[in-house]
Design a protein around this ligand. Structure first.
Ligand code: GUN
Ligand code: ZN
Length: 672
């Protein structure tokens, strides 16, 4: 069994590690294709931790076969670390027939000491008749099952097929997941990439993901161009393999993260890798073809590994979607892929962390489809109106509550009508105040420090899609209120109509939220409607709030001497302390916020030790990485609280690694 462990997450991407008999592999990663007979480039010097080679080519060549059986495949291709082998399926798809059975090819891979072997799946081409795809799939699934029985110590690839029928992809993924393979490649996507059908690629991958377990790496087979890596990683692909670095080089093509360059068109070397700095274009053009191809192949590998490193950094920083959008803008058909991905924002949300290190940078209207935006709109429902009056102000510098008065309230003079309304005679002294902005549409003032509502940037000149988005959100949000007052700039920014200019004098409330209201509203937004009252009650007198002397932000909240919550400075999230955990546990019905642990791990949880995935019996489906959780036993007795490191969907699938970073509740036995 392969133990995969997640270290960092962003979107559906994972930085993880797994071990094989020949070392540890970090994901996402690129497996250069090594030809068992004619490899000239030593991929070790590019930092390859894992390579892929073809067991069928070895099997068919007497000399290679003999050496592989005698010395092992690691010796044969001179690579001491992890080796994955393919089975001959690709040859099958090209030549229509091969002379090895599924059972034989598994046994052969085992015999030559491969780390990760592949069964003889049938790569069904895209756009075939459904019947053909179904017939092929039956065989692929049967062979996956057989391979799982035949293999002994070999780690096993089980390939998702199903052509361009999304439901068959999902079905296949679910079926083959029953046989406990170690890695799940997604197959037969090379033709889609060759045809630049990235929207269909996204469908094939995302439907496969719906059927695959979270606790195993996925390999996007034959994906070797760095320009698709970021998109594929964001969809949950962990491994790529590339023969492309050689194939492109043989045609004098330089791979770049944003496309491909032909040597004949170049006047300058395209990057700053070793090859590009040590050679110039004329030199390359005059070189014998073989020598030149080797150098270009090396450039291609440098660029591909650099992209993998950049993606990993983006995952750690929580900026992967920004990189995906950047990459997808480099080709209109990749942009199709990104736009198709918008249809899967619910899938993305299920695995996307709640809070990230970096701000949400808007790069174009596609950013509005990131799951953060739809999640915010859903969470707005947790906030109940406190008045029947609503005031909508334009955006300012963040946090809004610090700047908005100076700009929009105090400047207001009745001589210059600045406000529009749906009513004539309303006094707006007692109103809820929200800010209209891109990309989150409507931000209640109390949430102006909460991630990502404070941690985002968008251009000051709005595009039509964003205008429409904010306009529609305002229209639906104002339905909750009797009387609405909107600043002229909001009307202008988002082309709003249906509101009348207010000619009369207005006395407007200062746009300010008390700390008590702020806390309650954050609690409602973060934990669900009503949580503010559960945590802090209705009497501000009873609550003591300590603020940071440096930033003026709320830090600690007490009732008498008992700490209820603390506020995390980086994202404005409320972090439960003893009293907060006890109160939420008492009032929120199971399974809300719960992580249920097994009996044998109870004493560890009570002591504040991390909760491991294997001890989790169940958990609230809504939990995401960085969310606060309540750790309970199967009778819903509170044991501790903590911060989730994974999404509920991962916690349910994983049997390894940490699920929750636990915080001990002092004297828990006496308190509850
Ligand atoms: N290499 C590229 N595509 C495929 C595929 O669908 N199956 C296998 N086994 N190898 C591949
Ligand atoms: Zn280069």
């Amino acid at each position: 069994m392969l133990d995969f462990e997640i270290k960092y997450k962003d979107a559906m991407a994972r930085i993880g590690t797994f071990k094989t008999p020949h070392g540890e592999v970090t994901t996402p990663n690129l497996m250069p294709v090594v030809h068992p007979g004619k490899q000239t480039i030593d991929v070790k010097k590019f930092g390859a931790e894992i390579v892929i080679t073809n067991s069928y080519i070895i099997f068919k060549n007497e000399k290679l076969k003999e050496k592989a059986l005698k010395d092992g495949v690691h010796e044969l291709i001179n690579f001491p670390r992890t080796i994955e082998t393919d089975s001959g399926s690709f040859q099958l798809s090209v030549y229509g027939d091969i002379d090895i059975t599924n059972e034989e090819v598994i046994e052969f891979q085992e015999a030559i000491g491969t780390d990760i072997g592949t069964s003889l799946d049938i790569p069904t081409a895209p756009y075939v008749k459904r019947e053909e795809a179904e017939d092929d799939l039956k065989i692929t699934i049967e062979r996956a099952k057989e391979a799982s029985k035949v293999r002994k110590n070999l780690l096993l690839n089980s390939v998702v097929q199903g052509s361009t029928f999304p439901d068959l992809r999902e079905y296949c993924a679910k079926e083959i997941s029953k046989f406990d393979a170690d890695i799940y490649p997604i197959g037969a996507v090379v033709p889609l990439m060759e045809m630049y059908r990235y929207a269909d690629l996204v469908d094939a991958v995302m439907y496969s993901m719906r059927g695959l377990p979270e606790d195993k790496p996925r390999h996007l087979m034959g994906a070797g161009h760095p320009m698709v890596f970021a998109l594929a990683v964001a969809m949950g692909c962990d491994l790529f393999d590339s023969a492309a670095y050689i194939l492109y080089a043989n045609k004098d093509r330089f791979m770049m993260p944003d496309g491909t360059l032909k040597l004949e068109n170049l006047i300058e070397m395209p990057c700053s890798c070793k090859i590009c700095t040590e050679h110039n274009v004329d030199e390359l053009k005059q070189m014998p073809q073989e020598q030149r191809a080797k150098l270009i192949a090396e450039h291609n590998l440098y660029i591909s590994f650099a992209e993998i490193r950049r993606i990993r950094q983006a995952i750690v920083d929580g900026e992967l979607m920004k990189l995906v959008e950047l990459r997808c803008r480099s080709h209109p058909f990749l942009l199709d892929g990104l736009r198709r991905l918008q249809e899967y924002k619910d899938d993305m949300e299920k695995l996307n962390p709640s809070s990230k290190k970096s701000a949400f940078f808007y790069t174009g209207y596609e950013s509005l489809s990131r799951s953060e935006v739809s999640k915010h709109i859903k969470k707005l429902e947790n906030i109940t109106p406190k008045s029947e009056n609503l005031v909508i102000l334009p955006h300012t510098s963040k946090p809004y509550s610090k700047h908005v008065n100076k700009e929009y309230i105090k400047k207001y003079t009745p001589k210059i009508p600045t406000f529009y309304s749906n009513t004539n005679n309303q006094d707006f002294q007692n109103s809820d105040i929200v800010i209209a902005d891109i990309p989150f549409g409507i931000i209640p003032l109390a949430l102006d420090e909460f991630y990502p509502l404070a941690q985002n940037e968008s251009p000051s000149i709005p595009d039509e899609n964003s205008k429409k988005f904010v306009r529609e959100l305002i229209q639906s949000y104002t339905n909750k209120y009797e009387n609405v007052l909107i600043h002229r700039k909001v009307i202008e920014n988002y082309d709003l109509n249906g509101f009348k200019l207010m000619e009369k004098d207005l006395i407007l409330p200062e746009a300010k939220v008390s700390d008590f209201i702020r806390l309650k509203e954050i609690a409602d937004y973060q934990f669900g409607s009503g949580s503010g009252e559960i945590l802090f009650g209705n009497n501000p007198e009873k609550i003591t709030i300590e603020k940071s002397r440096k930033t003026g932000k709320i830090r600690h909240v007490y009732e008498n001497d008992a700490n209820i919550v603390n506020m995390r400075a980086s994202d404005g999230f409320l972090v439960l302390s003893d009293l907060g955990a006890i109160r939420l546990h008492k009032h929120l019905k199971s399974p809300k916020m719960r992580v249920v642990v097994s009996e044998d791990s109870e004493p560890y949880a009570i002591k504040g030790k991390s909760v491991f995935n294997k001890f989790v019996l169940d958990c609230d489906e809504n939990i995401r990485r960085n969310d606060e959780v309540l750790i309970v036993n199967k009778d819903d007795k509170l044991l501790a609280c903590g911060k989730s490191l994974l999404s509920s969907y991962e916690i349910k699938d994983f049997n390894m690694g940490q699920a929750i970073k636990t915080r001990k509740i002092k004297n828990i036995e006496e308190l509850i």
